[in-house]
Design a protein around this ligand. Structure first.
Ligand code: XIL
Length: 444
């Protein structure tokens, strides 16, 4: 196998042949199923869900509930199931607003993610003042009571939220719950399992997106340890609150895949990305592609509906504008969900044969955190010209078994045989875009 490595700048400079498409065979096979027109329907095509955070106080707003009904099939209470809301006084439980959200969702056939049973933040005042074994008991009582109350109605519970420190320490966050003893997290999971055996039990956190960060590694080791000791954990939630200071990492897919490989589901639980226009749309696309590429990434939840509903509305981080119109980010997410790209999609695409012509079939090769390989097999002729088109900002950085040339953008590669038969391959730096290359074939 002859490997022709090219630097990205070299590829961009090569400006020889613009691929002639006239007479070229047309690409036919693509997504697993036809295009759907809502986020939920598009996600369902690959067995995933698409959810949103809901605030009880907005359920009287018909624009809000209209989009909720139409677009989403999973609901998380934005604040109403947290400890301060459900147990305002010790051992006196209050479910009014939480029930409003749960009933609204379930009456429309939507599922519910429970958020959150144990957390250092948004604790009721009485709990904030507690320490030691009294707090441990109160926490376990809370987990048991709330999870029992909702038994059978919750798809997945965020049992413990945000228990790790930011930065390079990889340590647990110093909270009153942590000070009850390092085993507080597994104790919470065991109590939740006993209370609602049918709910998936998740650990949920933020700043755990970049695989090389200490916090990500620390959470990974905890989940690994829990799995090895039989602590009941089923899923890991990635909050995914992004902005320019905390952008979507290029190794996001690697992070999700590595956690999934521990034998847990992964979910994107509170997605919002500050920004606007195509920059924001591209980041949303990257996150959606990362989830679609991991078969155990079971769904995505955005943290609110319209920008004006967001806890960080100044950053316009959501998929609908203040008036409920779809943003560019909405379209990019919908398109990825519809593309079937990812492990549950097809593994090959073919161009249709022209009479007396040729067929080029693309198949996925190896994947790494920053790049992937693609292979193309040609049938029908030994004298072919195959056009391979990648999507910005992807770049082809290497090829084998072909003599390639590029158009001026570097996105369109024209491949001809180099005497090694009818199969060739190439390596694509994905730069956050996991869309499959398209291939078409014509007889030279
Ligand atoms: C936020 C809510 O959106 C706000 O309304 C509230 O004032 C604070 O909490 N991580 C979480 C969520 O797990 O519960 C937080 O939600 C956002 C960060």
């Amino acid at each position: 196998m002859k490997l022709t490595a090219k630097s990205v700048s070299r590829v961009a400079l090569v400006s020889t042949l613009v691929a002639a498409t006239a007479g070229a065979a047309v690409l036919v096979a693509a997504p697993a199923s036809g295009a759907a027109s809502t986020l939920a329907a598009a996600a369902q095509q690959s067995g995933r869900y698409f959810g949103t955070a809901v605030a009880a106080g907005r359920l009287g707003d018909s624009t809000y509930t209209g989009i909720l009904s139409r677009e989403f099939d999973m609901v998380t209470a934005e604040n109403e199931m947290k400890m301060d809301a459900t147990e305002p006084n010790q051992n006196q439980f209050s479910y009014g607003n939480a029930d409003r959200i749960v009933n609204h969702a379930r009456n429309q056939g939507k599922r519910v993610r429970g958020h959150a049973l144990a957390w250092h933040s948004q604790q009721p005042g009485w709990m904030q003042r507690m320490e030691g074994s009294a707090l441990r008991q109160a926490m376990l009582n809370h987990v048991t009571k709330v999870a029992s109350y909702y038994r059978g109605k919750i798809y997945a519970w965020d049992v413990v939220n945000e228990a790790f420190e930011d930065g390079s320490s990889g340590a647990r966050r110093n909270s009153n719950l942590q000070r009850t003893g390092n085993d507080w997290i597994e104790a919470a999971f065991r109590a939740a399992r006993a209370a609602d055996p049918g709910a998936k039990l998740c650990y949920n956190d933020y700043n755990t997106d970049n695989w090389s960060h200490a916090k990500t590694q620390a959470v990974y080791r905890m989940v690994q340890d829990f799995k090895s000791r039989g602590v009941p954990i089923d899923c890991v939630g990635f909050q995914a609150h992004f902005n320019s200071g905390n952008p979507v990492p290029s190794n996001y897919h690697t992070t999700l895949q590595n956690f999934a490989n521990l034998g847990v589901d992964v979910q994107i639980t509170e997605l919002d990305i500050e920004g606007s226009g195509s920059t924001q749309a591209q980041q949303y696309q990257g996150v959606t592609q990362a989830c679609m590429a991991v078969s155990r990434c079971t769904g995505i939840t955005v943290w609110g509906i319209r920008d004006s509903d967001s806890w960080r509305s100044y950053g316009t981080p959501l998929l609908f504008d203040n008036y409920g119109n779809k943003k560019a980010a909405y379209t990019s997410v919908l398109n990825v969900l519809n593309s079937g790209t990812g492990s549950t999609g097809p593994t090959t695409t073919s161009s249709s044969p022209n009479p007396g012509g040729c067929t080029a079939t693309y198949s996925e090769g190896e994947k790494w955190s920053d790049r992937f390989n693609g292979n193309v097999t040609v049938t029908g002729t030994n004298n072919w010209i195959v056009t391979v088109t990648v999507s910005t900002p992807q770049k082809i950085i290497a090829t084998w078994n072909t003599s390639p040339s590029w158009d001026s953008t570097g996105n369109v590669m024209t491949a001809r045989p180099n005497g090694n038969g009818n199969t060739f391959g190439f390596t694509v730096m994905h730069n956050g875009n996991w869309t499959w290359p398209t291939v078409s074939c014509r007889v030279a």
